[in-house]
Design a binder for this molecule. Structure first.
Ligand code: MN
Length: 428
């Protein structure tokens, strides 16, 4: 752990809301995003979340433009210096006069995708999720033989990554239940979410030049929450032999605030402890320091609020709570593996963790697992039942890091409401 004065739990901000217990954005967090005042003609620009405010980064002379890609490209040393400067500015009461005029209340702000995402890849790093999902398709042989040798992933779709609050239209596609001889085309009947986090790539690598696992975290800017919306019926029919395609490319929701690696420093934990008999990672995936403290303990919760619950002003219901630390592969390993063939990662690229499921029944990150493929529906506080998502359902992902002796930090949320499928004209 590399701690400095920006992690000091005793440090307070002159913005009172940042010091309140339960605040997601205390001065120890300082995540970056892109914002503008609602209903304004202002250009979207970079800001840092502090309490219930956003500080315009222009206040410290940083002109980001409408994405944080340049800040991502600048790398860890520049980012650390900016964090130290922001931490001092927002904690020293003498700076209040100078900076207060650059604050915008979050309630009055519109938030955008924090980076322009050139490429998005999604991994499958939770052993529990891989085992649970594999068991549904292959009861005797849930885990394929490559799983413990390499971090499994696929190339996702960057064009449909949206920021929290964007509605998600139910996808249509080919559905073929096992009992029918031929598929039909229509709205998905098995729409699901996946609780994930994603790493936003920092500087990245030129084509042909791999990234060493030892240096891999130098290429990570920070972490956002990610909901990989998935149409299970489309997926089951299309996924062999080339993997997910239209079942996942219709929408992926991320949270607007990038929590930096520096903010996550106090929450480092050891890598997954492999069972005796598991293969040791190959040399290009192995680093002592990474094994010792290359994982991050990030609690992830999924909540659901149906249209009926919203109308009755009921709170959302928590469906699960898991922890990223239970994943089999570390972020350094997925970065090193992704670049190991010479594939270039670019600033702002998104690397999803895969569904985060833990060993406990209430720690699984998808309805597929929670309801056993829809066979054991869950009951909502409104009395409704869910096997998969219904139109009008809002899925809300949130996350936090908490550790004795440190300030608790939050991630904001990645939320979206499911809208009805668009009517598809049949072609004669
Ligand atoms: Mn996924």
């Amino acid at each position: 752990m590399r701690l400095d004065e920006t992690h000091d739990p005793a440090r307070k901000s002159w913005i009172e809301s940042a010091n309140e217990p339960g605040c997601e954005f205390p001065i120890q967090n300082l995540p970056f995003g892109i914002f503008r005042r609602k209903r304004s003609k202002e250009a979207p620009r970079g800001g840092v979340a502090i309490g219930d405010r956003i500080l315009d980064l222009a206040a410290v002379g940083v002109k980001t433009g409408s994405t944080l890609n340049r800040l991502a490209a600048a790398g860890g040393t520049a980012r650390k210096a900016l964090r130290a400067l922001l931490s001092r500015a927002l904690s020293d009461p003498k700076q209040k006069k100078r900076f207060a005029k650059h604050l915008v209340p979050m309630a009055q702000a519109e938030l955008f995708l924090p980076v322009a995402i050139g490429d998005y890849s999604d991994f499958f790093t939770s052993l529990h999720h891989a085992t649970n999902a594999g068991r549904m398709f292959r009861p005797d042989n849930p885990l394929l033989p490559n799983y413990k040798w390499l971090p499994i992933g696929y190339h996702g779709r960057a064009s449909s990554v949206v920021v929290s609050g964007t509605p998600v239209v139910r996808p249509s596609g080919q559905r073929k239940p096992p009992e029918t001889p031929a598929p039909s085309f229509g709205p998905s009947r098995r729409l699901d979410y996946e609780a994930e986090i994603a790493f936003v790539v920092g500087p990245g690598n030129p084509p042909g030049k791999p990234i060493r696992v030892r240096r891999a975290l130098d290429h990570v800017f920070g972490v956002v929450l990610l909901n990989d919306w998935s149409a299970r019926d489309l997926q089951a029919w299309e996924y062999q032999p080339l993997g997910p395609f239209l079942a996942k490319s219709f929408a992926t929701t991320i949270s607007p605030w990038i929590v930096t690696l520096e903010a996550l420093e106090p929450f480092r934990v050891p890598a997954f402890v492999r069972e005796a008999g598991d293969p040791a990672p190959l040399a290009y995936l192995h680093d002592e320091a990474d094994q010792r403290e290359g994982m991050f303990a990030i609690e992830i919760e999924m909540h659901l609020r149906s249209a009926k619950m919203r109308a009755a002003k009921m709170r959302s219901a928590r469906l699960s709570r898991g922890n990223y630390a239970t994943s089999y592969w570390t972020p350094a390993q997925i970065v090193a593996h992704h670049a190991s063939n010479g594939c270039n990662l670019r600033p702002g690229d998104l690397l999803g963790s895969g569904t985060i499921s833990g060993p406990a029944p209430d720690s699984v990150g998808s309805l597929l697992e929670l309801t056993m493929g829809g066979k054991q529906p869950i009951r909502l506080p409104s009395g409704e039942q869910r096997g998969f998502l219904e139109d009008g359902d809002e899925v809300i992902e949130c996350g936090r890091c908490a550790r004795e002796g440190f300030a608790t930090i939050g991630f904001g949320e990645a939320a979206g409401i499911v809208k009805p499928a668009l009517v598809v004209q049949s072609v004669a």
